[in-house]
Write a protein that binds this ligand. Sequence first.
Ligand SMILES: *Cc1c(COP(=O)(O)O)cnc(C)c1O
Length: 381
Amino acid sequence: MKKATTCVHAGSNSHNPAHGMNTPIYTSSAFGYLDTIENIYPRYYNTPNQEVVVQKLCALEQGEAGLLFGSGMAAISTTMLALLETGDHVILQRDLYGGTHHFVTIELKRVGISYTLVEEPTVDQLEAAIRTTTKLVYIETPSNPLLKITDVAAVGSWAQQHRLISVIDNTFASPINQNPIPLGIDVVIHSGTKYLGGHSDLCFGAVITSQPLRDRIYATAINLGGSVNAATCALIERSLKTLSLRVHQQNKNAQAIADFLQQHPRVQQVHYPGLTDHPGYDIARQQMQGFGGMLSFEPAVEGSAGAEQFMRKLKVITPAISLGGVESLICAPAKTSHIKLSTEERKQVGVSDELLRISVGIEDTEDLLEDLQQALVMNND
Ligand SMILES: *Cc1c(COP(=O)(O)O)cnc(C)c1O
C-alpha cells in the first residue's frame, strides 16, 4: 500500500464488531481477563484504540512495533530512561528541541547519564565524541529553526558499526516525508502534537521501532505511566487518515513560499531544504520524499521589534507557537524556542532577533504569498 492508502486503512476496522467505518471508542479502564491472553489496561499500552493508532504509525514508518504516549516529551524521556543506565553516555546533536535539551542536561545528568552535544552529527564529529560508555546516538532532522539536514543513513550505519542504539526525532519531517527505519535508524520518535495530530488540538507522542526495542522501552513505560486515553486515540486515528493529504499541501505551499521569499528584495536569508542552495539540499533530496512544511527566513527589519511589527501586519499567517497544524503559523525563535539563550548564545547557533519561522498550513498557496507580499511592503515605500 502507498502512504495515502496506509493513512486511511492501516489498523482501522480491526476492532469493530459492527463493521462501522470507524473504530469504536473503548471507554473502559477495566477489562475482563478470564478469556484473554494479556491483561488489557490503559497504562499497559494495549487498549484497542491505542493499538489501532500504533498499527497505523508502524505501517507508515515501516516499523515492527510502537507505543503511544501522552506527549512527545513523554515518548522522548521514557525512551531514553528505558535504554540508558547510570554511567552510560549519549551523543546528541546540539540543535535539539528545547524540551529534549532540558531533559538531557537536567534529568539525565541528575541520574548520572553523561552526554556530548556535537555541532553537526557527521561521522567525524561522532567519532570524536564516542566513549567506551556510549550507548545511544540521538538526532533530529530537519532541525529547528534553521532546517539543518543530518545524513540519516550515515548516522544509522555508524551507530550499527559501534553497536549503539540510534534514535531520531522525526517530528519536523512527518512519516510522509521521511522514514528513518529503512535508512538504518533503530528508534523513531514523533511529537504527535504537531503533524500527526495536525489540527493544533491534540497532545501526544509516539515511538516506532523493532519488537525487541519496543519491549525494552515498554518495561519502563508501564512504570512511568505516560499513556494516552481512548478518546484522544480516536481523534488521532481520524487525524492520521488525512496526514498524507495535509503534508502534501504543506510541502507544496512551503516550497512556493521559500521560492517567493528567496527572490524578494526585502528578505535576507531563507532556510528551506527544498532550495537548491540550502547546504542540506542534496542529502534531503536523497532521504526525504518531500521537503516539509517548515521554513525560516530573515525579513529586512530591525531587531525583535521589527520582527514583531512584521508579524502583526500578517492577515492569514498567525503569530503563534507550535507547528504542524492546518493553519499557517509564524513565530520568532529568539522570543519563543530560544528565549532562554543569551543574545550571544543565539548568535552562536545562528538564531538572529529577526529570524522568523513559518509552519506552513494547508491554505491556498496564492493567499499565503499575497499575505507575505503585503506584509513585506515597508512604511517608507
Ligand atoms: C514539540 C516537539 C517535541 C515535544 O513534543 P510535546 O508533544 O510538546 O511533548 C519534541 N520534538 C520536536 C521536534 C517538537 O517539535
